[in-house]
Design a binder for this molecule. Structure first.
Ligand code: NCD
Length: 307
């Protein structure tokens, strides 16, 4: 894998599988007593976050450190310069500091793509606006494969605020590439206009879909990206699209419940479901480190064998 990781839409099946297989080897490092590899010693990874993040930023930081890279956390929030300019100025600063990889999160869709034209290092998209969040989709696929043994042929249901979700978009493309069948379930107001051109089925009836689902992925309602009312009340949303205990009981025995976090407990997911055995929420966070180690290792051409 060479260059950048900007989206899953243009990620080949071979590269996606290479990331998942490499992440498997990285996970063994995480389980070993010495959790550090010398592979990226002397390399610099810059975390450039223009938007809030808890798990993604720390996950990239842990991943880079486990590979012995130097990490610079550049929290660019609150800059008074207009977005385009500040991004370019920042890119030039990073370039001067000799960043080998820039991990970028930005509220504007396409920002990491622009950045990739300005810096010599590899750019990893850590979430751009409502567009994509490729490492999240890769860690989700990795989690499915670890728990259920495969991704190919799985029935995956993605539920909730699809309109504003970069997690949903990245998952739709990657899961299609890996051979899963995806159904999206959402109120009509929270589906994008272009959904008919996506490789998915659309349903408005969660109860009809759940019994045929291997993996249900719940999405957070992204109020910070909403400029209008997209549904009548939280209660109404929760009643129709929330995964409560009774609904979760209609899933097949082996089915998984996933959520990228942050969860709004009681809104899109009941606490008892989020904390149940079939929930992979905490595993997803752990797997995120392995997947991000794999991505940094492959993009920066780390030296030496991984376990
Ligand atoms: C998601 C994001 O920021 O896109 N969270 C994450 O990366 N774990 C989803 C969300 O904010 O709801």
């Amino acid at each position: 894998m060479k260059g950048h990781l900007l989206s899953t839409e243009d990620l080949s099946r071979d590269d996606a599988l290479l990331v998942l297989d490499t992440a498997e080897r990285m996970a063994r490092v995480a389980e070993a007593s010495v959790r550090k590899l010398p592979t990226l010693r002397g390399r610099t990874v810059v975390n450039l976050f223009f938007e809030d993040s808890t798990r993604t930023r720390t996950s990239f930081e842990v991943a880079a450190k486990r590979l012995s890279a130097d990490v610079i956390n550049f929290s660019a929030r609150g800059s008074s310069v207009s977005k385009g300019e500040s991004l370019k100025d920042t890119a030039q600063t990073l370039e001067a500091m000799g960043a080998d990889a820039v991990v970028c999160r930005h509220s504007a869709s396409g920002a990491p793509h622009r950045l990739a034209t300005w810096v010599r290092g590899s750019v990893v998209n850590a979430g751009d606006g409502t567009h994509e969040h490729p490492t999240q989709a890769l860690l989700d696929a990795f989690t499915m494969r670890r728990r259920l043994g495969r991704v190919d042929g799985l029935a995956v249901t993605i539920v909730g605020d699809v309109l504003h979700s970069r997690v949903a978009r990245s998952n739709v493309w990657l899961l299609a590439t890996l051979g899963a069948s995806v159904t999206v379930v959402a109120p009509p107001t929270l589906l994008p206009i272009g959904v008919s051109s996506w490789p998915v089925e659309v349903s408005y009836d969660l109860d009809a879909v759940l019994p045929k689902t291997d993996v249900v992925m719940m999405l957070r309602v992204q109020r910070e990206r909403m400029s209008a009312a997209f549904f009548p009340t939280e209660r109404e949303y929760s009643r129709r699209y929330g995964l409560d205990v009774d609904r979760a009981a209609t899933l097949p025995e082996h089915a998984l419940v996933m959520h990228p976090g942050p969860m709004v407990r009681g809104m899109e997911i009941a606490s008892r479901v989020a904390d149940s055995d079939r929930s992979t929420v905490v595993e997803q966070v752990a797997n995120g480190v392995s997947v991000r180690m794999a991505v940094l290792y492959l993009l920066l051409g780390g030296s030496g064998e991984v376990s």
